[in-house]
Design a protein around this ligand. Structure first.
Ligand code: ARG
Length: 566
């Protein structure tokens, strides 16, 4: 249930009742407690449109509100703001209805829609880098979220496994023979060594170029070497996925190479549709409003990144049936996607009812605001970064409690990986992201540890109580109870908005508010103390239970685990 939708329905009804042609009605959460719980600010623009006094319009709407159980009080403030105060009784009934539901009252789409989320998508000719870490974390959260809300999500790992570099890499792989196994342990070194051979030895370079041609011509031995190399590289990525508890599998890999056979057809099709032009020997499409055209085929006959992406869109729409395709890729590729999307529309690969979106994100920077590098200036190895997260988490938590070695290892992993993911998800993805160990592992502020701690604290209440919460009437007499109850009911509208805008940080902000409201509630409203009347205790246990269940569900959607003890 979404409160906003319910309130908008009431106001729309009121406008109809009083003969006001309102158009779209938007209700927003109140910006300050004194403005009520929600606000309708539409009376002013409406008054302007109708040439009337805004307070009068607001009064007419308020007086025409239909009989309902949601609103306790409505007041008109300032020039015509309508402040909506929700009834504690209504909130309480809703909390009772949702608290023990496995989905906490969140509905699913009645008509599921296919959605493709393209994320992670590293290049096999380079080590996976921090940009791919962000894509992997944000993309996985988005895929989980859309799936939870009832979409049929198809994850696509569009790995870069094709291009001229692979001639060099497989030539080197062959040269190493038996020794290749060890060298592939460190891919970065492997690329460097191959490049060195290429630059220094003309015979090797010649062979590498020959291998590119052979590979493209389908030479079995070259394909074999190439496949072997891709397998090893993917294995490295999978290590990262597994450490991150990310749900990408081999089945989700649809590599660039898988579109090879479609590329000539794309060129022919664009040609037939009259979209192709020749510019400096290359085949290009001019997109209205863009300065430079999108290159489809180079003068030497080679295809480009964009050509493959066009083939992929066509495949995703026509074969996978996608109605929304979300590309979780860093902001530097904005121009690429703008042009590719435009051409896909012009060519009819993506009709208007298919939503194409670039879910772009900013750079990962170090504490000093510089691109994230090792102390020596090299690229940071993701697997080492994640191992360091666990190491640092272990230190952060052992300062607090004594754990057995095995338990400590498990907790450190959940806390460390959770911190890396949450820190990334909790900022607006479009901004650059400052990677700061101390902040992400802090117990204070909007961090995963703060949420995990709130969850564990609630679980400890139930341990002390000796049993789980049971359904009971919820009483919201004290303000902290009422505010917590209301926050609990906002889960669905937050999830829906985050899915609509592909903005995971809406969820983390909500969780931060929720955990903070719980702490305030817990300070002011004792639960287990002997002087608390039984019916109050039962009601408060329901609130505590619903809070823990909400934290757990939302963190799970984000790909972050909780702990029973911390
Ligand atoms: N492989 C690209 C990179 O490493 C990202 C691919 C994103 N997906 C896509 N369909 N273009 O930057």
């Amino acid at each position: 249930m979404q409160i906003k939708t319910e309130l908008e329905r009431l106001i729309r009804q009121a406008c109809e009742n009083s003969g006001i042609d309102a158009g779209e009605i938007r209700v927003a959460e109140a910006t300050k407690a004194e403005f009520g719980d929600y606000q309708f600010n539409g009376a002013m623009p409406l008054a302007k449109k109708l040439g009337q006094n805004p307070r009068q319009i607001a009064t007419r709407i308020v007086e025409a509100l239909p009989e309902n159980e949601i609103l306790e009080r409505v007041e008109i403030a300032g020039p015509g703001f309508v402040n909506l105060h929700l009834s504690p009784g209504w909130i309480a009934r809703q909390v009772e209805a949702c608290a023990f539901d496995p989905r906490l009252g969140v509905g699913t789409r009645s008509e599921p829609r296919r959605v493709v989320v393209d994320y992670s998508s590293p290049n096999m000719a380079k080590e996976m880098h921090v940009g791919h870490l962000r894509s992997t974390i944000i993309g996985d959260a988005l895929a989980n979220l859309l799936g939870f809300l009832g979409d049929e999500v198809i994850r696509q790992n569009h790995i870069g496994d094709w291009g001229t570099q692979f001639g060099m890499l497989i030539a080197y792989l062959e040269e190493l023979g038996e020794g290749a196994e060890g060298s592939l342990q460190d891919l970065e070194e492997f690329y460097k060594a191959a490049k060195k051979r290429f630059d220094e030895d003309e015979a090797f370079a010649h062979k590498a170029r020959e291998y590119v041609v052979k590979l493209q011509g389908g030479d079995v031995r070259c394909l074999h070497l190439w496949q072997d190399f891709i397998d090893k590289s993917l294995g490295h990525c999978e290590e990262v996925y597994s450490k991150l508890h990310v749900r990408l599998t081999r089945e989700d890999v649809r590599a660039e190479s898988s579109y090879n056979d479609d590329l000539p057809a794309i060129v022919a099709d664009l040609e037939a549709k009259g979209l192709l032009q020749t510019s400096e020997g290359a085949k290009v499409v001019f997109v209205p409003g863009e300065e430079t055209p999108l290159i489809i085929q180079k003068s030497d006959g080679g295809y480009l990144y964009a050509t493959t992406d066009l083939a992929a869109i066509r495949f995703r729409v026509s074969q996978l049936g996608a109605k929304r395709i979300s590309y979780v890729v860093d902001a530097r590729q904005a121009g690429h996607f703008r042009q590719v999307f435009a051409v896909a529309r012009m060519a009819g690969y993506a009709p208007e009812d298919v939503r194409l979106e670039h879910v772009s994100f900013g750079m990962m920077l170090d504490k000093n605001g510089r691109p994230f590098k090792t102390r020596e200036g090299g690229t940071v190895k993701l697997i080492e970064l994640l191992e360091e997260a666990t190491r640092r988490a272990r230190k952060a938590i052992t300062q607090k409690e004594a754990y057995g070695p095995e338990e400590l290892e498990k907790i450190a992993e959940i806390v460390g990986i959770g911190a890396v993911k949450y820190a990334d998800l909790s900022i607006n993805r479009e901004s650059n992201y400052i990677f700061d160990w101390d902040r992400m592992l802090s117990l204070e502020g909007n961090t995963s540890l703060y949420q995990q701690y709130a969850y564990a604290r609630i679980r400890s209440i139930f341990r002390k109580h000796g049993s789980e919460a049971e359904p009971a009437p919820v009483i919201l007499e004290e303000e902290p109870e009422r505010r917590l109850g209301l926050k609990l009911l906002q889960l669905e509208e937050v999830l829906q908005a985050a899915a609509q805008d592909a903005m995971p940080h809406y969820i983390t902000s909500y969780l931060y508010d929720l955990a903070t409201l719980f702490m305030k509630f817990y300070e002011r409203c004792p639960i287990l103390r002997s002087d608390v009347p039984e019916e109050r205790r039962r009601s408060r246990l329901v609130l505590a239970h619903a809070t823990a269940a909400t934290l757990r569900l939302a963190l799970e959607i984000l790909g972050i685990k909780v702990l029973e003890r911390l």
